[in-house]
Design a protein around this ligand. Structure first.
Ligand SMILES: C=C1C[C@]23C[C@@]1(O)CC[C@H]2[C@@]12CC[C@H](O)[C@@](C)(C(=O)O1)[C@H]2[C@@H]3C(=O)O
Ligand SMILES: O=C(O)CCC(=O)C(=O)O
Ligand SMILES: [Fe+2]
Length: 327
């Protein structure tokens, strides 16, 4: 990454006293081909808002080819990469995340999943990259819908497509992101932890993440500790987003997560953020209320997104929409 390659890392954020442990046994693993998948998904979403998926059906060959093209894209000159346009909202970005002063040791591509991708991806074979991106996005969207249907079944909701129909909608506001975290050799020398992508929750319904075999992703547990997620290039990692937390009236929790830069190896991750149409009202599903009061004031995805994009990464964005309990 040209902009960051002469490492003056003093403008970045560091994690002090990073004591994250790697409990690979803690992270729930769901085998999508097994009949108990729906029960395990619900349990994982209640406990962590996060789980790993195996036997997902996305061919490894398509994944590897896309990863190769993505690495080629990020190895181009800054000038070439910037031809994809600035990331407001969709394009190439480096170091700056969002519009409110967050920075990270990362460069990325942000794409809208609902348009055929006509942005200028330069380099040797932009058509190939575009084709691979589009077919990968379709496969991952399908997996997201399958998982959301299993969730609905696991929650014993009659309407199986209550969540998935929001992603299937032609107006669904879903986003795709490819993050590249170059290795930061300075870190290996200093033994420090540099923030690649600062802590946050994802605002949408569900996020499906996959990365190469480089560590860095950490999730925040309810007991206040961070744990490192062991990388697994052939699996997907699923995050509950803020909107799903609201639709389940807090039964599922959106997971706080972050990425630390690696001193030795570059990390490449690809994330599909499944979001509803802008006009969709986000509110707890009546069948999940069971006589309880809603914890949130109703809002549209447009309203939440506007508020989100005016916030810093680490902010508790749902806080503005929480209902103050009547005493
Ligand atoms: C600092 C920001 C970047 C972000 C928009 C925001 O103002 C707060 C949420 C951020 C986030 C996190 C998840 C996704 O990566 C993302 C695309 C999203 O929908 O919300 C990013 C936003 C972004 O990078 O623009
Ligand atoms: O790059 C990663 O592994 C995670 C990044 C992330 O959380 C995000 O883009 O929202
Ligand atoms: Fe995220």
């Amino acid at each position: 990454m040209v902009l960051l390659s002469k490492p003056t890392t003093e403008h970045y954020s560091y994690v002090k006293n990073c004591m994250a442990s790697t409990f690979s046994s803690t992270i729930p693993i769901v085998d999508l081909s097994k009949p108990d998948a729906k029960t395990l998904i619900v349990k994982a979403c209640e406990e962590f808002g996060f789980f790993k998926v195996i036997n997902h059906g996305v061919p490894m060959d398509a994944i590897s080819q896309l990863e190769t093209e993505a690495f080629k894209f990020f190895s181009m000159s800054l000038n070439e990469k910037e031809k994809a346009g600035p990331p407001n909202p969709f394009g190439y970005g480096s170091k700056r995340i969002g519009r409110n002063g967050d920075v990270g040791w990362v460069e990325y591509l942000l794409l809208n999943t609902n348009q055929e991708h006509n942005f200028s991806l330069c380099g040797q074979n932009p058509e190939k990259f575009r084709g691979l991106l589009n077919s990968y996005m379709s496969s991952v969207k399908k997996m997201a819908c399958d998982i959301l249907e299993l969730m609905a079944e696991g929650l014993k909701i009659q309407q199986k497509n209550v969540f998935s129909k929001l992603l299937m909608d032609k107006q669904s506001d879903s986003v795709f992101r490819v993050n590249h975290y170059p290795a930061c050799p300075e870190l290996a020398v200093k033994g420090q932890n540099l923030i690649g992508f600062g802590e946050h929750t994802d605002p949408q319904i569900i996020s499906l993440l996959r990365s190469n075999n480089t560590s860095g992703l950490q999730i925040y547990l309810r007991d206040g500790s961070w744990i490192s997620v062991p990388p697994d290039h052939s699996s997907f990692f699923i995050n509950v987003g803020d909107s799903l937390q609201v639709m389940t009236n807090g039964r599922f929790r959106s997971v706080r997560h972050r990425v630390l830069a690696n001193g030795f190896k570059a990390r490449l991750s690809m994330i599909y953020f499944g979001g509803p149409p802008l006009s969709e009202k986000i509110a707890p599903l009546p069948s999940l209320m069971k006589g309880k009061e809603s914890l949130y004031n109703e809002f549209t995805w447009f309203e939440y997104k506007n508020s989100t994009y005016g916030s810093r990464l680490a902010d508790n964005r749902l806080g503005h929409f929480e209902r103050i309990a009547a005493s």
